[in-house]
Unconditional design. Structure first.
Length: 292
């Protein structure tokens, strides 16, 4: 279990005092306070962010405002969301919300639905079209050009995802004939952070939202969303590759730097803005490579 909280100065002082006897040195230069309580670690970062990690993370975090949310025991009558593309320099950001009913379960089990990370891209491309056709869902596709514009307007890598998950849920709710019992989001930030950003959005879903780590392993609705999002991401990457005449890699490794440098040399930075998320560190590395 991994829980992230943003605490004020008074709460940080209380946390340090409470766990002073359990504190230990940390080799991480960004951690200013580290404590080990049983099998759970508490890390305070320079930014003020506190990470509780381990079997008792929820219990320890509750003393500092964390509120546990009930996890639904059913697989049906709920919406699940997941995103793909946030860790890739090239390609857009895809967020999908899917609704699963009781009648969907035999179909999902028959075609082998699982978390997209556990399926090959070949399998995803094989089953995604059927899911898109048969499962009620809303998929939001943000092309790199639009992504860069939104980031430049004041959003960050987390708040843009919050906005997209929130909007996908809101739009899917409007399509359904009744309000689902629950919404499960594959957690990419803390519940506190999610709520902070979602409060700034215009539209708000009516259904209770729960953020869970590894939710795609637990709920068909999240697994379906991860598969559809991955499929759309692969299609987007393929389309953008054709536009630049190069194979754009997934991820954000050294190969991305090299391909980006080639794009800059051939077409200029404007084309890179069309196919890549410019706030990634890859951009500066690519600019240096392009100057050689």
């Amino acid at each position: 279990m991994n829980i992230v909280l943003n605490l004020n100065q008074e709460e940080l002082v209380r946390l340090k005092a409470k766990y002073y006897s359990s504190s230990q040195p940390s080799k991480n230069p960004y951690i200013t306070f580290f404590a080990k309580v049983g099998k759970t670690s508490i890390s305070l970062y320079n930014s003020g962010k506190v990470v509780f990690q381990g079997s008792d993370a929820e219990k320890l975090a509750e003393d500092f405002g964390y509120v546990r949310t009930p996890v639904p025991k059913k697989q049906t009558d709920l919406i699940g969301t997941d995103e793909v593309g946030n860790g890739s320099y090239f390609g857009g950001l895809m967020v999908t919300a899917s609704f699963i009913s009781e009648e969907n379960l035999p179909f999902l089990k028959a075609i082998g639905v699982a978390d997209s990370k556990k399926l090959t891209d070949e399998k995803i491309c094989q089953i995604a079209p059927s899911l898109i056709e048969k499962i009620p869902h809303v998929a939001l596709v943000v092309e790199p050009q639009k992504y860069n514009e939104v980031i430049a307007s004041g959003y960050n890598a987390v708040s843009i995802k919050v906005a997209l998950h929130n909007q996908a849920i809101y739009l899917l709710e409007k399509q359904l004939k009744h309000q689902p019992e629950h919404v499960i989001i594959d957690a990419f930030t803390s519940a506190t952070n999610y709520q902070k950003y979602v409060n700034k959005e215009q539209n708000h879903p009516l259904t209770t939202v729960t953020l869970l780590t590894k939710a795609e392993d637990q709920f068909f609705a999240v697994a379906v969303s991860s598969i559809i999002s991955r499929f759309l991401f692969l299609e987007n990457l393929k389309k953008l590759s054709k536009e630049v005449g190069l194979v754009l890699p997934s991820g954000a490794g050294a190969l991305s730097d090299q391909v980006a440098a080639q794009i800059i040399k051939t077409y200029g930075i404007e084309m890179l803005e069309h196919v890549a998320k410019l706030h990634f560190a890859n951009t500066q590395k690519a600019l240096k490579l392009a100057q050689r």
